[in-house]
Design a binder for this molecule. Structure first.
Ligand code: SAH
Length: 213
């Protein structure tokens, strides 16, 4: 159930659904998603669905992970310093870490963060700095970032995240309350102007402030 063959079937499905970045598909084909789930759910790891990871949170759906990563890769000019918001299980972190230079990741639920850190260590991923969120959005002390990806949805684009973008930096995130869409926000050069592109509908857990210890 957790073999390479099962994983390859998922990759085939992602292709059929329109994911075309070979880089993203390669990394997903070699990242064991079952290691980011509780044992009882591991058999479902290669279904294209989000699954519970405890604390009311979910591991993102593989299609959405692929789509957001592909968007990030195609839109960002540089991928030296990248921020992920919502480490969760650590699955999207593991994917991104293999495609960018240095990855920063913040999570607001301490036990999830600890577990994700352990998994990343076990997979020998060492270019990630993961930390407990300081209660706000993003990680301003480590910014600015060439790209930011959020796995949790705010009801509107947070100004503090736009401010953490480098010149020409891009932010890929779900936005909306009842109905959410994927949104790409791009900083215009080094100005304080941003272009916003609204893409397909998605379903994510909400971006929340505060910390759970
Ligand atoms: N990419 C993760 C998704 C986890 S769900 C995975 O595939 O496992 C989204 C995560 O965002 C949750 O773990 C939630 O606790 C976290 N989150 C929500 N608001 C946050 C905030 N303001 N800062 C950091 N993390 C946040």
């Amino acid at each position: 159930m957790t073999s390479q063959r099962t994983r390859n079937r998922l990759i085939q499905r992602l292709r059929e659904e329109g994911i075309s970045s070979e880089q993203v598909l390669d990394v997903m084909a070699s990242t064991p998603r079952h290691l980011f789930l509780d044992e009882a759910l591991a058999v479902r790891a290669y279904e294209d669905t989000s699954l519970p990871i405890g604390y009311g949170q979910t591991i993102s759906q593989p299609y959405v992970v692929a789509r957001m990563t592909e968007l990030l890769l195609s839109r960002a000019r540089s991928l030296q310093r990248v921020l992920e918001i919502g480490t969760g299980s650590g699955y999207q972190t593991a994917i991104l870490a293999r495609l960018v230079e240095h990855l920063y990741s913040v999570e607001r639920i301490a036990p999830l963060l600890e577990q994700a850190r352990r998994r990343l260590r076990e997979l020998n991923i060492h270019n990630v700095e993961a930390a407990l969120s300081q209660g706000g959005f993003g990680w301003p002390e480590k910014g600015p970032f060439d790209a930011i990806l959020s796995a949790a949805a705010p009801s509107a684009i947070p100004a503090e995240l736009k401010q953490q973008l480098s010149p020409d930096g891009v932010l890929v995130m779900p936005v909306g309350a009842e109905r959410q869409h994927l949104v790409v926000v791009s900083r215009r050069g080094d100005s304080d102007q941003f272009d916003v592109e609204k893409l397909e509908p998605v379903r994510f857990v909400p971006l929340l402030s505060g910390v759970v210890r």
